[in-house]
Design a protein around this ligand. Sequence first.
Ligand code: BTN
Length: 275
Amino acid sequence: MPFENLSLESIEKRLATREIGRSSTPNEVWETIGSTNTRAAELADQGASAGTFVVARQQTAGRGRLGRTWVSPHNAGIYLSVLLRPQELRGSHLAPITLACGVAVARAVERVAGVKLGLKWVNDLVYDGRKIGGILAEMPSGSTSQRALIIGFGLNMRMESGDVPEELRDKIGWLEAVAKAPLDSNQLAAELLLELETVYEQLKARLSKPILEEWRSRSVTLGQEITVSSGLNSLSGTAVDIDESGALLVKSSDGQIHLIHAGEVTIRTRDGKYI
Ligand code: BTN
């Protein structure tokens, strides 16, 4: 299959959604942009309609969770942000939405690439201990961006090792290396938007139970010995479950259960590796 750049025409041609990507506001594709999440927030502020998406072939200031950078080389990944406008939106909704989006990405990747990615709490998509994708859900605070929810998806498709900063070389991976085949990024973006619409409809209908159940079944976090760090604090224990709010339940060695709402999880795998 010849390599095809991300393009609006190709994504829209393959799109089977009812609402996402079909709003009255035009979707956007950028050759290079700072961050598609930042651009989607600007559009939200200008009154763009729910369902509008922004995709880029390169980001120069891609953002990850906890203030991190998302490495976004040219034509090496899918950098995609979607504007949603739920009726009801609180900060506490971000965790369950992020988990549901992880399920959406995992389903789309499985269908298009035949690869089963693992979900690492709260927003990581991993394969064999390497991060392949991530989700950044944000509520922008611009004057007219009330009820705006931006979901940003970053998926590493193909990379040269020179594209990856030294300190990340043994931590990140890319989908084509796992699938051992070239993949159609436009098809994957279209499937991702469709799966996003499916899980979002379920969440709006308050049918989050099956999504959380699927998250559990795709999780690489539950049942593992983990450390969660947040600022200067850290807690070690066994990740036992998630609750409906998306919080992680961690059992420490004294048997106490701790509810974790935020932080960075490190998993110690059986072979002693940290992911
Ligand atoms: C993470 O794993 O910390 C989240 C990564 C999210 C990256 C995507 S790429 C598209 C969108 N634009 C951004 O600046 N970030 C998200």
